[in-house]
Write a protein that binds this ligand. Structure first.
Ligand SMILES: Cc1ncc(COP(=O)(O)O)c(C=O)c1O
Length: 424
């Protein structure tokens, strides 16, 4: 039998991997003449090689047509975002009318809260996870203040239990049930950015709705990573960025989801812009906002085509590979990496690598957060010198995420070798 922690074994797994050829479609950074081991797709995905062609097409049409490119370009810019809608909807498990690609994540969450956080009477409270990504914390705090309320009395943070890192989902459910008719909104990161914990969105939505609250998710670490089923999960809204697992490039465009039961509701409060206006009357330039009866009705501005072209290159890869195959490889790759890390920990007395990410593959995606007990930042710095691009969080957590479209089992094996050499 071949040792699982060997190059031969890793290469055997790669040979059996249906998605192995996709690696060639991405640019891998090269440092000191060596291709890096890139495990930070949870922060910024790698560049698909075709991105430059997709962007060049739009630059060429701009050069050729000027403003007429809005109508006569190969992909008319007037409706460019529509090219992305179905592809994005397939990635997040939604209907086309529930999804639109627009704006940036933090501003989209604000816009969605304008529609879905409507405190009234005693129904004012928001439930979120403790230590949510800072942008989400600031969004909730300032939205609450915007309504003249006190964040300390209004925001209920669910923390992990004493001495633990992960949140017990039953604690979220209990808080929802107990807050009852005082609860206006549940707003949670679908996958926690620090621990990699994935929450059961369907169950949270069911309980939130049972007490009359709205339920939304920040899916920055879930889109393109988890096999999402947003429509069936019946959540009210979500937003995500596309520069992580969706490889759209730094500061790339965001996506939003609004459940179909809300998209035709023209009475919903919203902050409007001309691109959300009914398409037949938009260019009459008249008073009176009449929103498009799909998620497009939340758009403010015309399409940032160059950002969208870059995302389009990546979504074409997702469409071809399919989220089912991507998800299956994600689980195998992550489990293999986990096994390698545990074996290193078992062999080396001076270090204990404790994975704070859930062990259950239905409660995580590609990310593993390693608490490196007995080792400080020096370990991470050595890893970087070894050619590993990962992510360090004080006091001792290394976050890594093998991305199924471009990472290989060999990457996992080589990461293990580098990690073992880096232990002091
Ligand atoms: C969970 C989460 N929410 C929000 C953000 C903020 O995203 P943006 O800067 O695109 O608004 C990030 C960025 O990494 C994130 O990870």
């Amino acid at each position: 039998m071949i040792d699982f922690n060997s190059l031969e074994y890793a290469q055997k797994l790669d040979n059996n991997d249906e998605l192995r050829a996709y690696r060639e479609r991405f640019h891998f950074p090269v440092i000191d003449n060596k291709e890096v081991i890139y495990f930070t797709g949870n922060s910024l995905g790698l560049q698909p090689k075709l991105v430059s062609d997709y962007i060049k097409q739009e630059l060429d049409d701009w050069a050729k047509w000027g403003v007429e490119g809005h109508f006569h370009g190969k992909n008319p810019w007037f409706s460019y975002h529509e090219i992305l809608t179905s592809k994005m909807a397939r990635v997040v498990g939604a209907k086309d009318e529930e999804v639109v690609v627009m704006g940036s994540l933090s501003s989209n969450v604000h816009l969605l809260m304008v529609s879905f956080y409507q405190p009234k009477g005693k129904r004012t409270k928001i439930i979120c996870e403790a230590k949510a990504f800072p942008s989400d914390q600031y969004i909730l705090e300032t939205q609450v203040k915007h309504h003249g309320l006190n964040p300390d009395d209004t925001i209920i943070e669910i923390t992990p239990r004493e001495g633990e890192e992960l949140i017990h989902e039953e604690d979220i459910i209990k808080a929802i049930d107990e807050t009852g008719d005082e609860l206006a909104l549940v707003m949670i990161g679908g996958v926690n950015y620090y621990t990699g914990q994935l929450f059961n969105m369907k169950n949270i939505a069911k309980h939130g709705h049972a007490v009359g609250a709205k339920v939304g998710f920040d899916l920055a670490h879930a889109a393109g990573n988890i096999n999402l089923t947003l429509h069936d999960d019946n959540i009210d809204f979500a937003a995500w960025c596309t520069y992580k697992y969706l490889n759209s490039g730094p500061g790339g465009i965001s996506g939003i989801f609004i459940h179909e039961r809300h998209v035709t509701n023209k009475e919903l409060n919203r902050f409007a812009g001309w691109w959300g206006q009914d398409k037949d009357t938009r260019f009459l330039m008249e008073k009176g906002f009449n929103p498009i009866p799909t998620a497009e009705g939340w758009q403010l501005s015309n399409a940032p085509v160059l950002l969208m072209a870059s995302l389009n290159a990546s979504l074409d890869i997702f469409d071809e590979a399919g989220m089912d195959r991507i998800g299956a490889k994600r689980d195998e790759l992550t489990a293999y990496l986990e096994e390698i890390i545990h074996s290193i920990s078992a062999r080396n007395e001076n270090v204990e690598f404790d994975l704070i990410t859930p062990k259950d593959k239905t409660k995580r995606g590609a990310q593993l957060s390693i608490a490196a007990k007995g080792q400080g930042k020096a370990l991470f710095d050595k890893l970087t010198k070894e050619g590993v691009i990962a992510d360090w969080r004080e006091p001792n957590v290394i976050r890594i995420a093998p991305a199924p479209l471009y990472n290989s089992f060999e990457d996992c094996y080589r990461f293990g070798q580098a990690l073992e050499r880096s232990i002091s």
